[in-house]
Write a new protein. Structure first.
Length: 547
């Protein structure tokens, strides 16, 4: 068993009903008490913890209990070799929760002789220079305002150096190609909700490991990028909290309200912003008053609710008139596909642009659920020019799409895919719009593939919208672990026309591909014609007959 007073103080605050915690933080406390604090091969470095707290409170601000709690785990070590136990920290909470201030004080401490590691360099990374300079500027101003610190640190407008340790702090934008290459001891990634992939983290993390106790801090509030870096981090965090990944060196400190209705109770807001726990600091009182004013204004300005829920409550709430389905409902499709061999299905096809993407798929019905098996084709030259953010090449390795090196996507790829599927499944026909059928019709007919053309695909959107909404809401859709399909749906916007009818359109005409979802829509148009019966028994009967 190991213990630290700041850790125990925080646990006691919760267990004695003094603070409100969201589900993820409750799971974190359970995880720590069951799987970390029970170990005898670890120790808290009390000297470093106390020195950091004294340093932060002398030169910055009084630390809150949750900040002291996190700090204790920054200085948790293995007894065997004095290496750190947690290499990465996810600090994820509502805007105004003190993330930047905490990492400012921590970064400054890392530069100091109190930390004691020579050349423990630090990079602060954000999406733009203004954001990346927030902590840098805070440290710079703390040094500039205090003669004692001026004697200990050397500052320029681009670097801060600890005179004793020769540790250097720099700020960077998240352009992965502009990294100058410090031998970093720590990297702080700010605004991680804007990272669409792992490129930035991969570049900056490559500088770690050359000095002892390399750490990474991922800080931010939720945002609007789905299937990006943050969603992957949240998934990783839940695997840790649920005990599925016990060797993962990530410390996940996640603060959010648990459900949308809690926004109506200001007493619940501390779940998203731990600064709001009583007793509140002067800063917290001022911030709470500001957030309360913004909340009251939602009655007359409801269009700001999405931003308020995302940034102030750290729980994205989408306008259901703008998206196909809430993101949680989209992710609910990502479960294991059932056995489908010899089942009947309807094909769906979207081949609108032969120069970038095309999507094909099969729609099954099993036990009242819609099962979607899909594949895509993408042109190599288009991908090289477009430089899409999602990990397209990784998805190709997963078998979700095929990248073709040709002037346009050859229609034979489409036809051959359906012919291969027809060998395994009872494919009755393929539904497509009329746009490219002049290319496909001869090949379909020559290969015995039945097809149906939707003359006006936009017209079927309003007809299918209630079915699509119901299917997502009631978890009737399964397409396996398919981030490409998730991406297609996330790129799709719902447009309500003047007559009240809905259309599924692209959020961005060039970079937001929706092909897989449009193919799904085409197949759903004839979903009622799908026979849920497994035809294998019928095939066995046919084989046994002698004519």
């Amino acid at each position: 068993m190991i213990s630290n007073k700041y850790v125990q103080d925080y646990i006691d605050l919760y267990e004695n009903g003094k603070i409100q915690l969201n589900k993820e933080r409750i799971m974190l406390l359970d995880h720590l008490q069951e799987r970390v604090l029970t170990r005898d091969d670890l120790y808290f470095d009390e000297t470093l913890i106390e020195n950091f707290i004294k340093f932060a409170e002398k030169w910055y601000f009084p630390l809150q209990p949750f900040q002291k709690f996190i700090a204790a785990f920054v200085f948790l070590f293995y007894k065997e070799d004095d290496s750190i136990f947690y290499e990465q920290f996810l600090i994820f909470m509502a805007r105004g929760g003190g993330k930047n201030g905490f990492v400012s004080a921590l970064s400054h401490f890392f530069l100091s002789p109190l930390h004691g590691i020579p050349r423990y360099n630090i990079s602060i990374v954000a999406n733009n220079e203004k954001q990346s300079k927030i902590s840098f500027k805070e440290i710079y101003e703390a040094i500039e305002a205090n003669k004692v610190l001026e004697d200990m640190f050397y500052c320029t407008k681009v670097e801060i150096t600890g005179n004793d340790t020769k540790s250097v702090l720099q700020y960077h934008t998240s352009n992965a190609g502009t990294k100058d290459g410090l031998r970093d001891g720590a990297v702080i990634y700010d605004e991680i909700h804007q990272y669409e992939n792992f490129d930035v983290v991969n570049v900056f993390s490559s500088g770690l490991g050359k000095v002892p106790n390399g750490r990474e801090f991922f800080i931010g509030t939720d945002g609007y990028v789905r299937e990006g870096f943050l969603d992957k981090m949240k998934e990783r965090a839940m695997n840790i909290l649920e005990g599925k990944e016990l060797d993962d060196p990530l410390f996940p400190f996640i603060c959010k309200i648990d459900e949308s209705k809690e926004v109506d109770d200001p007493d619940m807001w501390e779940k998203a912003n731990p600064m709001f726990s009583e007793p509140r600091s002067v800063y917290a009182k001022r911030l709470f008053k500001k957030v309360l004013t913004q909340f009251k204004q939602l009655a007359s300005n409801p269009s700001n609710r999405e931003e308020f829920m995302t940034k102030r409550m750290n729980l994205p709430e989408v306008n259901l008139e703008k998206v196909v389905a809430p993101w949680g409902e989209v992710l609910a499709t990502n479960i294991t596909l059932p056995k489908l061999i010899n089942r009947t299905c309807i094909g769906g096809l979207d081949y609108a642009s032969i120069r970038d993407f095309a999507a094909v798929g099969l729609l099954f019905k099993v036990d009242g659920k819609y099962i979607w098996v899909t594949h895509s084709f993408a042109r190599k030259q288009y991908l090289e020019v477009a430089k899409l953010k999602p990990p397209i090449y990784e998805w190709e390795k997963q078998g979700l799409l095929t990248i073709v090196d040709e002037p346009s996507i050859d229609p034979k790829h489409i036809v051959n895919w359906f012919l291969e599927q027809k060998k395994k499944y009872g494919l009755t026909k393929v539904i497509s719009d009329n746009f490219r059928m002049d290319l496909l019709r001869p090949l379909f007919e020559a290969n015995g593939l039945d097809y149906e053309i939707v003359r006006n695909p936009r017209a079927i959107h309003s007809l299918l919208a209630p079915r699509i909404e119901d299917a997502f809401a009631n978890k009737k859709i399964i397409w396996g672990k398919n981030p490409l399909m998730n991406w297609y749906v996330g790129n799709t916007a719902v447009k309500i026309k003047n007559d009240g009818n809905k259309e599924y359109i692209k959020k961005d005409e060039h970079r937001r591909k929706t092909d897989g979802f449009q193919a799904f829509i085409h197949a759903m148009y004839r979903a009622d014609e799908i026979d849920e019966m497994d035809i294998s028994s019928s095939l066995d009967l046919m084989d046994s007959l002698v004519f």
